[in-house]
Design a protein around this ligand. Structure first.
Ligand code: ATP
Length: 220
C-alpha cells in the first residue's frame, strides 16, 4: 500500500464529547492512521433527528478538534437533508482518495453489533476496513454469540489479528481494539444540560462554552 490508512469517524456528535475524542485518539495511535476524519451526520437514517442543527454540531466538532494533529473535520454529510448512508460516504471517499489508500471505518462496539441494519452493509467491506473500538468489560467476541448470523459470518471470515494488516490492504478486514472506558454519552450530556447541571470534564471546555452561549439542549 502506498499510503497510511485514513480513519473515518461518523456520528451525530450531538454534542461531541471526550468518549468520541478518546476513541479517535486511540485509533490514530494504535492503527498508525494518517488522519481521522470526523464526519458529523446530517439526517441519520437510524435514529430520531439530532437536537442541535447540523451547523451547531459541525462547529462543536471544529472547536473540539482545533489544533489536534491528525484530526480533520469533513463537512460533506452535515449539509444534506436526505438520509446519509455510510456506504455512499465511503464510496465518495474511495473515489477521492484512490483505490490504494486503506480506509478504516471507526465504530464503537455497540454500533458494530447493529452493523447488519445499515444500508447495504455488506458493501462496506468492499470500501473500507472496520475498526471496532471495544470497551473494557464488553468484549465484542462474547457479544457475537448473540449477534445477527450474517454479521457473525462476516466477523469470523474477516477478523484480523493485528492492526498492522490495515496497512497491507485497502479494505475488507475487521480489527477489534481495546480502548479506555469513558462511560460518557451525548444523551446523558443533553439530559444534564436540560437540568442545568454542569457539563465540565465530560467534553472540551470550548464545546461547553459553545453550548452555553448558543443555549443548546435546554430541553431533551
Ligand atoms: P447518543 O447518546 O446521542 O446516542 P453517542 O454519545 O452514543 O450519542 P454518537 O454520535 O451516536 O454518540 O456515536 C458515534 C460513535 O461514537 C459510535 O460509533 C459510538 O459507538 C461511539 N461512542 C459514543 N460514545 C462513546 C464512548 N463514551 N466511548 C467510546 N465510543 C463512543
Amino acid at each position: 500500500m502506498s499510503s497510511a490508512p485514513v480513519g473515518i469517524f461518523g456520528g451525530t456528535f450531538d454534542p461531541i464529547h471526550h468518549g468520541h475524542l478518546r476513541l479517535a485518539q486511540e485509533a490514530l495511535e494504535q492503527c498508525r492512521l494518517r488522519e481521522v476524519r470526523f464526519i458529523p451526520s446530517g439526517t441519520p437514517p437510524h435514529r430520531v433527528a439530532p437536537l442541535a442543527a447540523p451547523a451547531h454540531r459541525l462547529e462543536m466538532v471544529r472547536q473540539a478538534i482545533q489544533g489536534q494533529t491528525g484530526f480533520v473535520l469533513d463537512e460533506r454529510e452535515a449539509g444534506r437533508t436526505d438520509p446519509c448512508y455510510s456506504v455512499d460516504t465511503l464510496s465518495a471517499l474511495r473515489a477521492e482518495l484512490g483505490q490504494d489508500t486503506p480506509l478504516c471505518l471507526l465504530i464503537g462496539s455497540d454500533a458494530f453489533l447493529q452493523l447488519h441494519t445499515w444500508h447495504q452493509w455488506q458493501r462496506l467491506f468492499e470500501l473500507a476496513h472496520i475498526v471496532v473500538m471495544q470497551r473494557p468489560g464488553k468484549p465484542v467476541g462474547n457479544a457475537m454469540a448473540q449477534a445477527d448470523t450474517g454479521l457473525l459470518a462476516q466477523y469470523q471470515a474477516r477478523l484480523a489479528p493485528a492492526p498492522t494488516l490495515l496497512h497491507e490492504a485497502a479494505s475488507g478486514a475487521i480489527v477489534v481494539l481495546d480502548m479506555l472506558l469513558l462511560d460518557i454519552s451525548a444523551t446523558d450530556i443533553r439530559s444534564r444540560c436540560a437540568q442545568k447541571k454542569s457539563l465540565r470534564y465530560l467534553l472540551p471546555d470550548s464545546v461547553n462554552q459553545y453550548i452555553q452561549v448558543n443555549q443548546l439542549y435546554t430541553t431533551c
